[in-house]
Design a protein around this ligand. Structure first.
Ligand code: MG
Length: 257
C-alpha cells in the first residue's frame, strides 16, 4: 500500500516525532493521489521501497570531480551511463546481501531522481516537468568486479544492490540542488561521505536530457545522480546510512547471502 508521509525532515534527514502516514488508494504514479481515510504513525508502519522502477534504474558514474579523482579516473566529457536491473531494488531496512563473488563491496550514497511521466528527448529547460520527486539511493558496487569486468552490469546488478528510500520527496525546489544539498553516508555511525549536490558535474536537467536522448523514460524509472568522494568498503553486519538534507535517511544492514 502507498501513503503520503506528512511533515518536514531536519537538516540531518530525520523526520519529526509526530510524523504520520496517510494511506493512498492505488499507485500514485498511475492513478494520481487519492487519499484514504486511514492514517498511521510513521513509527508503526514498515516502509518498503518507495518505487519499483517499471523498466530501469539508470546510474551515472563519475559525476563528482573528487570521486572521479579518488578512483583515478579523468572527468567525463559527457555523463557516463550504466543500468542497474529493477530487481536490484530493495527498501529501507532491507538487507544488502554480500555476494560470494566479491571481496570488496562498496557503498555509494546518492541522490536519486524518480521520473513521473513517459518521456523522450526532454530539453533541459523542461526536465523538472518529468520529475515525480527525489529519493535516496545506495549504489552498491562490487568494486573488484567493476574493475575486472570493465562492464558494470555484474558489479552493480546483484539483487539488493539498489536500496531506495525511505520515501519520495515530491515537494522540493530543484534549485536547492544547484545551491547545494548536503549528502552524507555513515557506516556504523562513522561519517564516510560528506558531500554537496552543488558539486555535481552534470546537473539534474542535463542528466535527464542526456538519458532521455538515448532511451524513453517511464513513470517510476529512477536516475542515480552519482556519488561524492569517500566511497569505501562495507562488511557483513555493518549498518549503512545515507542521509540527504530535506529528504531523509536510508538505513540498510549488510548480511551474508
Ligand atoms: Mg554510483
Amino acid at each position: 500500500m502507498y501513503g503520503v508521509v506528512t511533515g518536514e525532515v531536519d537538516e540531518y534527514g530525520q523526520p519529526a516525532d509526530d510524523t504520520v502516514v496517510v494511506a493512498l488508494a492505488g499507485d500514485p504514479l498511475y492513478v494520481g493521489v487519492k487519499l484514504l481515510d486511514q492514517q498511521y504513525r510513521l513509527e508503526d508502519v514498515r516502509l518498503l521501497a518507495p518505487v519499483l522502477p517499471r523498466s530501469k534504474v539508470v546510474g551515472i558514474g563519475r559525476n563528482y570531480a573528487a570521486h572521479a579523482a579518488e578512483m583515478g579516473n579523468d572527468l567525463p566529457a559527457e555523463p557516463l551511463m550504466f543500468l542497474k536491473p529493477n530487481t536490484s531494488v530493495v527498501g529501507p531496512g532491507d538487507p544488502i546481501f554480500y555476494p560470494r563473488q566479491t571481496q570488496d563491496l562498496h557503498y555509494e550514497g546518492e541522490l536519486a531522481v524518480v521520473i513521473g511521466r513517459i518521456c523522450r528527448d526532454v530539453p533541459p529547460e523542461q526536465a523538472t516537468d518529468v520529475i515525480h520527486g527525489y529519493t535516496i539511493a545506495n549504489d552498491v558496487t562490487a568494486r573488484d568486479l567493476q574493475k575486472s569486468d570493465v562492464q558494470f552490469t555484474r558489479a552493480k546488478g546483484f539483487d539488493s544492490f539498489c536500496p531506495l528510500g525511505p520515501w519520495i520527496e515530491t515537494d522540493l525546489d530543484p534549485q536547492a540542488f544547484v545551491d547545494g544539498v548536503r549528502i552524507q553516508t555513515h557506516v556504523n555511525g562513522d561519517v564516510r561521505q560528506d558531500g554537496t549536490t552543488a558539486d555535481l558535474i552534470f546537473d539534474i536537467p542535463t542528466l535527464i536530457a542526456h538519458v532521455s536522448s538515448v532511451m524513453t523514460l517511464l513513470p517510476g524509472d529512477v536516475i542515480l545522480t552519482g556519488t561524492p568522494e569517500g566511497v569505501g568498503p562495507m562488511e557483513v553486519g555493518d549498518e549503512v546510512e545515507v542521509s540527504i538534507a530535506g529528504i531523509g535517511t536510508l538505513v540498510n544492514k549488510v548480511a551474508q547471502r
